[in-house]
Design a binder for this molecule. Structure first.
Ligand SMILES: [Zn+2]
Length: 551
């Protein structure tokens, strides 16, 4: 097959533009002028009709396993004003299925109350079956009274390491589970509702949804050990290649490295091991004395402007406490510095490349210490709060950062309610690149928006949903953002995809407009018109399907 007839951007710095791409046996066999490619490769010619052709998007941090585990992923991700509206929505869904009901997608900070509902509040709309309501990030969730009973959580249940069972004044669980307590419940209710055939069906469906967004390859960043077999069943039918990053046996965040076969189906290869250093929204934020003072001083103005939500946000991370480094930390640590070092070394010893979730600057700093002497290129997931000094240390250590600019779009309005004290930056893409860090971008779907074009738009414009700009000087160019979602993203998956050059997999995406020349504010809404994975068509836009495929 020869693809031609539009703007072809190869993402190959040595030859950024081409007139045609030739594909043979799922691999790119020629790139260059139409005459040269035609001479090298036979087969039908596909005219992209003036569209822009790029390497297929690579989303190195995605959660296909979790998405395929549920029928209600993002069922609660609708514009909800307050807890009353959320409870109405839950009530409407309570009749689906039997046994445990798992619902996902609440954005607590977007509710007026700034919190999840309690067991008592859930009982009012769903008293008769165990219910697990998960936030969009999975880092916090809430269960009703039947759910607390089914999970065996009572007043005497201790908090798990790295997690909190929220309690009322009398010490009784409120139903709200935070960080490792939430992940333990997620694992238990996932096992209780397990449906292997349904998983395979939904995984294939979701892979086609990804193809619709131009994605050809993902890193699945939280696959339980048993997911290897399930992936082997689904792999031949997947529209994307899914690199499996496994989690521990018990739940997400369990640092026990599972025994895994080194090989796998070529469409679901083994990637590595995922380690959690800190929480999500309750990340390890580390402030010096002046930053702590400034942060505290800014609270009254935030409360005056944003009311209860500002207080809820300020309370989330807990009271800052001074740690051994002489700085004040809040948020949750899943593993302390020592536990982190042991987990990283155990993962490397087991032959699994570690990817470490570290959102806050405190967790990233400890990770740098933990990786000393480790002869392996590590992935840092998120590194969402960082200053230039820490970025330089990441660059010097040679760690790769997988960041999520779509969080600026999705959550930017909430995350800026309490401004970060200088010189800390939120999603510090420019600061990281300037420090020589290899930065790949990703969605973290379903925690973030699925479309890479939304993320590319956010990396370039730094705009939140309401249109405000967060740290304008952290913006990337279109070229940098697209590279971070193709070439640079493939590199963190140890894949030679993400670039149109001879020998690379023929993973392609055609776009209805060229992101380089589009209005930056319109990049997010550029239409994906076609997607190919290993040379096979995985998506054709309905409006383009009527055109003759070959000329
Ligand atoms: Zn994630």
């Amino acid at each position: 097959m020869i693809v031609t007839g539009g703007t072809i951007r190869t993402m190959d710095p040595a030859a950024p533009r081409a007139e045609a791409v030739g594909v043979r046996d799922g691999v790119i066999a020629a790139v260059g002028t139409l005459a040269a490619v035609s001479a090298a490769v036979g087969g039908p010619v596909h005219d992209i009709g003036g569209d822009t052709l790029l390497p297929g998007f690579v989303d190195p941090h995605h959660h296909l396993y979790l998405v395929a585990s549920d029928v209600h992923t993002r069922a609660l991700d609708v514009a909800l004003r307050d807890l009353g509206a959320l409870l109405d929505r839950i009530s409407a869904l309570r009749g689906t299925g039997s046994g445990w009901l798992r619902l996902h997608g609440v954005r607590p900070l977007q509710l007026t109350e700034g919190r999840l509902p309690t067991a008592a509040e859930l009982d009012a709309v769903c008293p008769d079956r165990p219910l697990h309501v998960m936030s969009i990030s999975y880092h916090e969730s809430t269960v009703n009274s039947a759910g607390l009973a089914a999970l065996g959580i009572g007043a005497g249940t201790p908090d798990p390491p790295g997690g909190v069972i929220e309690r009322d004044r009398r010490g009784r669980p409120t139903g709200v589970l935070v960080e490792q307590a939430s992940f333990a419940a997620e694992s238990a209710t996932r096992r209780a509702t397990d449906d292997p055939d349904g998983w395979v069906r939904r995984a294939v469906e979701h892979s086609h949804e990804l193809a619709r967004h131009g994605v050809t390859r993902i890193g699945d960043m939280a696959v339980p050990p048993a997911g290897a077999t399930r992936y082997a069943t689904a792999a031949p039918d997947l529209a994307v290649v899914a690199h499996r990053w496994h989690v521990g046996t018990a739940e997400i965040g369990d640092p026990a490295v599972p025994a895994l076969a080194a090989d796998g189906h070529p469409r679901a290869p083994l990637g590595g091991f995922k380690i959690l250093a800190d929480g999500g929204e309750r990340c390890d934020l580390c402030l010096d004395r002046r930053q702590l003072w400034r942060s505290t001083a800014s609270l009254p103005a935030a409360v005056a402007r944003h009311g209860r939500r500002a207080l809820a946000l300020a309370r989330r991370g807990g009271t800052p406490a001074r740690r051994a480094d002489g700085r004040w930390h809040n948020g949750t640590r899943v593993l302390d510095a020592d536990g982190l070092r042991r987990a990283v070394h155990a993962s490397v010893a087991a032959g699994l490349s570690p990817a470490v979730h570290a959102v806050g600057n405190g967790a990233v700093a400890d990770l740098l210490d933990a990786t000393r002497g480790v002869d392996e290129v590590l992935r840092v997931e998120h590194a969402m709060v960082c200053d230039a000094a820490l970025a330089r240390r990441i660059g010097d250590a040679g760690l790769q950062v997988v960041a999520q600019p779509s969080f600026l779009h999705d959550l930017g309005d909430e995350l800026t309610v309490l401004p970060l004290p200088d010189p800390l930056r939120l999603v510090p893409l420019r600061t990281l690149r300037a420090a020589g860090v290899h930065v790949a971008l990703s969605t973290d779907y379903p925690a973030g928006t699925m479309s890479p074009l939304v993320g590319i738009g956010a990396a370039v414009t730094r705009r939140t949903r309401s249109g405000q700009v967060v740290h304008a000087d952290e913006a990337l160019t279109v070229e940098e953002a697209v590279a971070a979602w193709t070439r640079d993203a493939a590199a963190v998956l140890r894949s030679d995809a993400g670039i149109l050059r001879v020998g690379a997999p023929a993973d392609l995406v055609a776009l209805g407009a060229d992101p380089w020349t589009a209005d930056p504010d319109h990049i997010a809404s550029i239409e994906v018109t076609g997607t190919w994975s290993a040379g096979g068509r995985t998506f054709t836009a309905p409006t383009r399907a009527v055109r003759p495929p070959c000329t």
